[in-house]
Design a protein around this ligand. Structure first.
Ligand code: ATP
Ligand code: MG
Length: 392
């Protein structure tokens, strides 16, 4: 029944001359999302609107699911496309559309005709009245409400005629690629995939770094992170995932520094290494899944210590979220099931029994002095030996 989709996009952060770029990026992202969906699609931009037209057979559910992953889309309206074969034919089609979509309905409605083709013999007011009347004739339980209708039936007169009334919510946000790129510190936990999703939602392309510690952490733990990256990539598009071997550095810190400071010192080196990948990939910021007070390494004092090594902005989109709020998003974007698989994480293996919760930066820096001899070289090795996986 539906042969096209009208794509609604609400927020255009970059207005004026740049609106064009935003719309073009949205069109590209829609094409990308549909590339593996069964069917032939034509995505067009006309008069400030974006349509997805289908040709021949296509999988409706898959198409809608794919469109729901495109940031920048606020709503997806399935459209019935009719040839213009005169008003009588149109009225018949509109009535059967309503009967089909809302059988036995007691809802209120309003017809909203838009005449993009000005040569059509009736104007929009006449169309509204005539079509509304025809609907009332066959659906006596429905009522017209021009102010707050439950069903808004739009009839657009163009070269063809488009009829639609339903809006499926899109993910919102801005098309990926319109806001630069950032480097996500992606662990196997619940939080960091959600953090990546949220920043990508603002139009940012993301790449990622994962620190693993073989043989303390397994191949399966690494595969879990690759799988999480794949799930995030459904929304964000392709992610370059840098897998860093962190074992040597962790053992060195474990040897040289007080154990209650391990996590903080480790975090600081993770940030530094992540920054060097960010520089390599042209990313302008880092992203973490931290949230104030969630664990010892995320108290205000700990975050301040971690942040102190960073020279680029660190985006922490979950900073004010409760765990349950993060879980709700993880469930929505389908990363939760994977995140809770019980594989060891490099941070949990070297974790102290009683980690500092209020680290003092001067003391941390003094402890790090014990690492001076070898740490720079070790960091260089960690960066140069990292494995890069292109995740789609
Ligand atoms: P998550 O669910 O994201 O793992 P968490 O509650 O387990 O979060 P931490 O383990 O303290 O929190 O990590 C805080 C943040 O540090 C993570 O959200 C992530 O951005 C980063 N991080 C931690 N461990 C790693 C790792 N092994 N590789 C890459 N980033 C990491
Ligand atoms: Mg973690």
């Amino acid at each position: 029944m539906f042969k096209a989709f009208l794509i609604k996009y609400a927020e255009i952060g970059i207005k004026g001359k740049n609106r064009y770029l935003f719309e073009e990026a949205l069109v590209n992202q829609i094409r990308y999302a549909l590339r593996n969906v069964e069917g032939t699609f034509k995505v067009t931009r006309e008069q400030g609107r974006i349509y997805v037209f289908t040709e021949g057979e296509f999988d409706y559910d898959e198409t809608v699911e794919a469109l729901k992953t495109v940031f920048g889309i606020s709503g997806i309206c399935p459209v019935v496309v009719l040839e213009d074969e005169g008003f009588e034919k149109l009225a018949g089609e509109v009535v059967s559309y309503v009967q089909h979509m809302y059988p036995d309905s007691h809802a209120t409605f309003k017809v909203h005709a838009r005449r993009a083709r000005k040569t059509y013999p009736m104007d929009s007011m006449e169309l509204n009245c005539e079509l509304g009347g025809r609907i009332l004739d066959v659906c006596p339980d429905m009522k017209v409400d021009v102010h707050k209708p439950e069903i808004l039936l739009t009839v657009e007169i163009r070269k063809a005629i488009y009829v639609y009334s339903e809006t499926i919510p899109g993910p919102g946000g801005m098309p990926v690629g319109t806001n630069g790129s950032a480097m996500l510190l992606l662990s196997g936990g619940i939080d960091s995939p959600v953090a990546g999703y949220m920043i990508a939602k603002r139009g940012v392309k993301i790449d990622a770094v994962y620190f693993h510690a073989p043989p303390y952490t397994s191949e399966r733990a690494k595969q879990k992170v690759v799988d999480l990256a794949k799930l995030v990539a459904r929304y964000s598009g392709p992610i370059r995932l840098h897998v860093v071997n962190f074992t040597e550095i962790q053992l060195y810190i474990y040897d040289q520094c007080p154990h209650d400071e391990l996590t903080i010192i480790m975090r600081r080196y993770m940030m530094k290494i992540a920054e060097s990948f960010a520089h390599q990939d042209g990313a302008l910021g880092l992203i973490t899944g931290e949230s104030i007070g969630q664990v010892a390494s995320q108290t205000i004092q700990s975050l301040a210590c971690t942040n102190e090594v960073c020279t680029m902005p660190v985006f922490r989109p979950l900073i004010g979220f409760d765990k349950q709020e993060i879980v709700d998003i993880a469930l929505k974007i389908n990363t939760y099931e994977t995140s809770i698989l019980p594989f060891e994480d490099c941070c949990t293996i070297f974790v102290a029994k009683h980690p500092v919760t209020k680290p003092n930066l001067n003391i941390i820096k003094r402890s790090e002095k014990h690492l001076e001899e070898k740490i720079d070289e070790m960091m260089e090795t960690a960066v140069s030996t990292a494995e890069t996986i292109e995740v789609e």
